[in-house]
Design a protein around this ligand. Structure first.
Ligand SMILES: [Zn+2]
Length: 238
C-alpha cells in the first residue's frame, strides 16, 4: 500500500512538471529581461509607450485583447513595423475558468486572425487573462501551438484605482526592486501611470546593466524554472 502511494505521488509530480514545462515564466541567467504589456491596445496610452520604446531602442511584447484591436488597428501595425512582439490575450479578456473550450478557442482564433490582418504575422504566444490557467485549457493552448507566458514581476499598475496605491514612482520602485536576471515584467498599456513610470524605470534598469528583449528572444537564452511567480501573491507597496 505504501509503495502504491509513493508511486502515485511520483506520477503526480512528474505530470505536474510536464504540464508546467510548457509555461514560460522567466528567462535564463543572463541580464536579459522582457517588458510585457497587457490589455491594450489603448489609444492615448499604447502609442505613448511605443514612442518611449522607440526612443530607448527597446523591443517589447504586447499581449493584446482582440476586441480592442478593432478600434486601434493602426497601433497593431505600428507595433509590428517597429519590431515588437504581439501575443494573444483572448478577444473579451475572459477568465479561462469561466468559459468553455469552444468559446475559448473561438476567442483565441478570432484575436489571432485580427493580429494577422494588421501585422501580417502572429507570434504564437498566449497570456491568460488574470493569470488563470486551468490545466485542461493549458493542454488546449499547447495543442493550438501557443506558448503560454506568465511573469515574474508585476508592476501592479492596475491597482491605480485604489486611492494612492499606485503612482509612477511607486510602480518604478517596485519593478526596479524586484527585477532579476531573466525577469518577465508584467505591465498594462491601459494605465496612464505606466506611461509616466516607464522612462525612469528603463533608465534605472539600464543603469543596473539590464538589457531588454522580447519574450521569444529571452527564451532563446538558456531557460530556468527557478523563481516561479505566485499568481495569488499578495500585493506589496514598495
Ligand atoms: Zn489582462
Amino acid at each position: 500500500m505504501r509503495r502504491y502511494v509513493l508511486a502515485l505521488i511520483l506520477v503526480s509530480i512528474l505530470l505536474a512538471f510536464y504540464s508546467e514545462a510548457a509555461v514560460i515564466r522567466r528567462g535564463g541567467a543572463s541580464k536579459l529581461i522582457s517588458l510585457t504589456f497587457d490589455d491594450g491596445p489603448t489609444f492615448g496610452v499604447t502609442d505613448k509607450i511605443l514612442n518611449i520604446l522607440k526612443r530607448e531602442k527597446i523591443k517589447a511584447t504586447f499581449f493584446v485583447i482582440g476586441r480592442k484591436i478593432e478600434k486601434n488597428n493602426l497601433i497593431i501595425k505600428r507595433m509590428a513595423d517597429e519590431g515588437h512582439e504581439i501575443g494573444n490575450h483572448t478577444y473579451y479578456h475572459s477568465r479561462l475558468t469561466e468559459i468553455n473550450d469552444k468559446k475559448f478557442l473561438a476567442e483565441l482564433r478570432r484575436t489571432s486572425d485580427l493580429i494577422i490582418s494588421h501585422a501580417n504575422e502572429v507570434d504564437n504566444l498566449f497570456r491568460p487573462p488574470h493569470g488563470h490557467l486551468p490545466a485542461k485549457k493549458q493542454k488546449l493552448i499547447a495543442k493550438e501551438k501557443y506558448r503560454t507566458v506568465l511573469w515574474t514581476v508585476s508592476a501592479d499598475d492596475y491597482l491605480r484605482q485604489k486611492k494612492g496605491m499606485r503612482t509612477a514612482d511607486s510602480i518604478a520602485n517596485r519593478v526596479v526592486a524586484q527585477t532579476r536576471r531573466g525577469s518577465i515584467i508584467l505591465m498594462h498599456d491601459n494605465s496612464r501611470e505606466i506611461v509616466a513610470a516607464l522612462p525612469q524605470m528603463i533608465k534605472r534598469l539600464k543603469a543596473k546593466g539590464y538589457k531588454f528583449a522580447t519574450v521569444s528572444e529571452l527564451m532563446r537564452v538558456k531557460t530556468s524554472r527557478a523563481g516561479c511567480y505566485q499568481v495569488n501573491a499578495k500585493t506589496k507597496k514598495i
